[in-house]
Design a protein around this ligand. Sequence first.
Ligand SMILES: NC(=O)c1ccc[n+]([C@@H]2O[C@H](COP(=O)([O-])OP(=O)(O)OC[C@H]3O[C@@H](n4cnc5c(N)ncnc54)[C@H](O)[C@@H]3O)[C@@H](O)[C@H]2O)c1
Ligand SMILES: Nc1ncnc2c1ncn2[C@@H]1O[C@H](COP(=O)(O)OP(=O)(O)OP(=O)(O)O)[C@@H](O)[C@H]1O
Length: 524
Amino acid sequence: MATDAAHQVSDQPVNLDLTASHQSENDSISTVSSVESEKAAYEFLAQTPIKSTDKHLVEFSEAMRTVAKALRQVAEGKAAAQAEAAEWKRKYELETAQKQQTRIKDCGTCTDDNLGKMASQLSLEAPASDQTGCCGNHGICSHEVLQDEVPGPNPRPSLSMVGRKASFRLSWGCNGNKNGQHKHDFVSFEKGDITTAERSSKQILLKWESRPQTVLFITKPNSNSVRVLCAEMVRWLKEHKNINVFVEPWVSKELLTDDSNHTVQTWDNDDDKKMLHKKVDLIVTLGGDGTVLWAASLFKGPVPPVVAFAMGSLGFMTPFPSEQYRGCLDNVLKGPFSITLRNRLQCHVIRDAAKDEIVTEEPILVLNEVTIDRGISSYLTYLECYCDSSFVTCVQGDGLIISTTSGSTAYSLAAGGSMVHPQVPGILFTPICPHSLSFRPLILPEYVTLRIQVPYNSRGHAWASFDGKDRKQLAPGDALICSISPWPVPTACLVDSTTDFLRSIHEGLHWNLRKTQTLDGPRD
Ligand SMILES: NC(=O)c1ccc[n+]([C@@H]2O[C@H](COP(=O)([O-])OP(=O)(O)OC[C@H]3O[C@@H](n4cnc5c(N)ncnc54)[C@H](O)[C@@H]3O)[C@@H](O)[C@H]2O)c1
Ligand SMILES: Nc1ncnc2c1ncn2[C@@H]1O[C@H](COP(=O)(O)OP(=O)(O)OP(=O)(O)O)[C@@H](O)[C@H]1O
């Protein structure tokens, strides 16, 4: 009955399109035309005034469904036929190649000499003379020479005859500058096969070439246990190791007043503080992760190695047990010891009002993350995000966290970001409560520059905070630019980078802690 109704009401246009779909020999058009004819059928239905009862309408819609199903089957049949044709073509080409190889094998008159000549004709010639060994005159590491195998006592002529690998060049430089510095040991170009077998990113070791003499102490405020231990450590370092000690100005006033026997040095202006990295061999922190963040924030450029003693609650970046400080400091002062090079993000706030000025606000370096959120505003944060020159996405939600891999276990983790080993070169892009079902966190390569823009049509202001501190308001038109800083924070490891990282997520977060299933019970 349904088919009858279809014939009665819409025979003509539907049949026309069906014919068009069958007749089409063009691969790409066929599926489109069947979809189009289905669409045309529905359009026809929408345009044609039907003066009939509800019953007729029901019958007609059933008929249309049948027609649509038929059209879909036609399209599917065509696709299957195309796949089959492609398979036959592939088989034919394979067979032709095999026949050609057999002909070469059967060629009784061919001598090793002739094969050698044929092989050398197929070989790629040496590259242009501007190449000097591995690196060309342009300072780009490349491998262009690709020789086919020279036939030896057991030549394999078929390999030389069937085809040859195309030559290629891989090159890279600093920050996209092709003429920049390059690493030899990252990709090897042996015979044109790309391999990272010689990759050198192994555990980094720090070995002193002369005796360390000056230690800077950074201590958590308002803690009696820290105050007591700091005084004890300073005394020990001075008496037993002959070490000069620097402390923050407030520490020199408050912490060590009762211990006048042990003079410590400090600084009293910003210029002296800026030169600290030239005087200090080692930084010792007594506190939690916040104290490590504080220590890092004092250095806008190079940072001396940090030995972080755990005197907080969690301690992802504080692997050293404070009660064993003598042994730990002995080992570190002697060296060599493993370090984790923790990348920092360099953040610039660009004000819309100051767009044309050369001087903008001072860059801020963060060890964990920069967060752009809605602050006290009750509106959704609206942020446009760009990665180099590519548009990434618009954030509509509570905000966005741009985190280092060290910060991946902090706020970013709480917002659903992945935990990343601190030595992995990347930048985490983690939304905070996005009002979208499909906004998953991203990890971008370390060499990109991110731009987070508050658009002019944003309903409110956004707020940027740096390692959980220094809130800055971002007005519509303002932007935040972030990239990896050239000045990482080298933190001393208790064991090595990986062991310390795994220990911190096991002990700090009880990562994947579950009681082991017992042996009794059902089995395979
Ligand atoms: N919802 C959250 O989880 C949340 C909210 C705000 C800030 N934070 C984090 O707090 C950091 C500031 O730390 P603070 O000590 O000055 O403030 P805080 O005293 O408020 O401590 C925050 C907590 O974060 C932990 N933490 C800090 N850095 C960490 C890291 N790299 N890995 C794992 N845990 C880490 C600290 O151990 C501490 O327990 C910010 O950089 C941010 O990452 C987290
Ligand atoms: N020398 C310092 N001067 C000023 N503030 C500091 C100093 N050291 C740490 N802080 C701040 O004190 C706060 C608490 O420090 P920290 O995180 O080290 O201790 P905690 O909170 O007891 O430990 P945890 O973070 O493991 O829970 C942080 O916000 C940090 O920025």
